[in-house]
Write a protein that binds this ligand. Structure first.
Ligand SMILES: NC(=O)c1ccc[n+]([C@@H]2O[C@H](COP(=O)([O-])OP(=O)(O)OC[C@H]3O[C@@H](n4cnc5c(N)ncnc54)[C@H](OP(=O)(O)O)[C@@H]3O)[C@@H](O)[C@H]2O)c1
Length: 284
C-alpha cells in the first residue's frame, strides 16, 4: 500500500493527488481526519509522528511511504523524525521517500538543512530502503518574496538561488514511490536555473508589467522585525541562516534529476512566476 503523511499540508496533498490520478490505493496518515483531503478510496489512519503506538497501528510491512518533514525547530523535528523512522523500521515498511532540502548535511549553514541532513543519516542507518527528494525554497511562494510595494528586501546580495515547484516535487515523489531503483538515491528537484533577487524582481516585472524591485536590507533589520513579531528563537535562526546560506551559494543548485525521473524539463522561474502572477502583490 502507498502511504502519505502530511496530506493536510502543501506537498503531501499534492503527492496524494498524484497517486490518486495514477489510480493507486493509498492510506493517508493524518492528525485530524476532518481535514484529510477527499480522495476516493483512500484509507485514513490517525497518527502523529510523536505517537509510537498510533504509528505502529498505521504502518504495515512493505508499505511505500512518503514521509513529510515537519516544520519545527531542530530538537523537536529530529525527535519526531526519529520516532517516525523507528516506527517505520519496526513495521518493516518497504520504502520511505523523505522530503529534504538542497545541500542537507551537518556542515550546512541553513539551520533546517542541518536537521534534514541528520534525518537522512537516520534513514541511512535505519535499514529501511529510502530516497531523498531535496527541495529549495518553494516557487509556489515567489509572491511572498515581495512586500505590498513590490520590493524584495532580503539580504542576499547578488547571490543566486533555485526554487522548487510543488506540483513537480509531488510528481518526482510519486515516481520514486511507484518505481523501483531509487533506493539510496538523493534527488534535487529544482528549477532549471538559479536567479538572483534582482533577476527575480525583473522576472516579476516582466510577467506582470508592474514595477518590482530589489532593495536589500540587513540581517539586523530582519532579526529586529521577527523579534517584534514574537517569532521563536529557532525560527529567527532559521530565517537568518537561510539568508546566510543563500549568500554563500548553498541554494544555488541546479540539476537534471527532474528530467531523469519524469522525462520532462522542469518549469523555469519565469514560467512559474507567470502561473502565480495573480498572487503577486502589485497585481491589479
Ligand atoms: N522550501 C520551502 O520554501 C518551504 C516552505 C515551507 C515549508 N517547508 C518545509 O517543508 C516541509 C513540509 O512541507 P509542506 O510545505 O507540505 O508543509 P505544511 O503545508 O506545513 O504541512 C505540514 C504537514 O505536516 C503535518 N504534521 C505536522 N506536525 C505533525 C506531526 N507531529 N505528526 C504528523 N504530521 C504532522 C501537518 O499536519 P496538520 O495539518 O495536522 O498540522 C501537515 O499535513 C517542512 O519541513 C517545512 O519546513 C519548506
Amino acid at each position: 500500500m502507498f502511504v502519505v503523511t502530511g496530506s493536510t499540508g502543501h506537498v503531501g496533498r499534492l503527492v496524494a493527488g498524484e497517486l490518486s490520478s495514477r489510480g493507486l490505493r493509498q492510506r493517508l496518515l493524518v492528525r485530524d481526519p476532518s481535514r484529510a483531503p477527499d480522495i476516493a478510496g483512500a484509507e485514513i489512519a490517525l497518527a502523529d509522528y510523536g505517537d509510537a503506538e498510533a504509528l505502529a497501528g498505521a504502518l504495515e510491512p512493505d508499505d511505500r511511504v512518503f514521509m513529510v518533514s515537519l516544520h519545527e525547530g531542530p530538537e523537536q523535528r529530529i525527535a519526531h523524525h526519529r520516532s517516525f523512522i523507528d516506527a517505520a523500521a519496526a513495521a518493516r515498511v518497504g520504502h520511505i521517500v523523505y522530503l529534504s532540502f538542497v545541500n542537507a548535511g551537518p556542515d550546512a549553514i541553513f539551520l533546517h538543512a542541518r536537521s534534514h541532513g541528520e534525518t537522512e543519516r537516520m534513514l541511512a542507518e535505519s535499514g529501511v530502503p529510502w530516497t531523498s527528494i531535496r527541495n529549495s525554497m518553494y516557487a509556489d511562494e515567489i509572491p511572498g518574496w515581495f512586500d505590498a510595494d513590490g520590493l524584495n528586501t532580503v539580504p542576499a546580495g547578488d547571490a543566486r538561488m533555485s526554487f522548487s515547484y510543488g506540483p513537480e516535487l509531488a510528481r518526482a515523489i510519486a515516481v520514486t514511490m511507484t518505481q523501483s531503483g531509487h533506493e539510496g538515491r538523493v534527488y534535487d528537484i529544482v528549477t532549471p536555473q538559479a536567479v538572483s533577487m534582482r533577476e527575480l524582481a525583473e522576472i516579476a516585472w516582466a510577467v506582470t508589467g508592474q514595477n518590482y524591485r530589489y532593495a536589500p536590507t540587513s540581517d539586523a533589520w530582519w532579526e529586529e522585525r521577527w523579534r517584534a513579531r514574537g517569532k521563536e528563537a529557532w525560527a529567527i535562526e532559521a530565517g537568518l541562516t537561510s539568508y546566510a546560506a543563500l549568500r554563500a551559494g548553498e541554494l544555488d543548485v541546479t540539476s537534471g534529476d527532474y528530467r531523469a525521473l519524469t522525462g520532462e524539463d522542469p518549469l523555469s522561474v519565469s514560467d512559474i512566476a507567470a502561473l502565480v502572477a495573480d498572487r503577486l502583490p502589485l497585481h491589479a
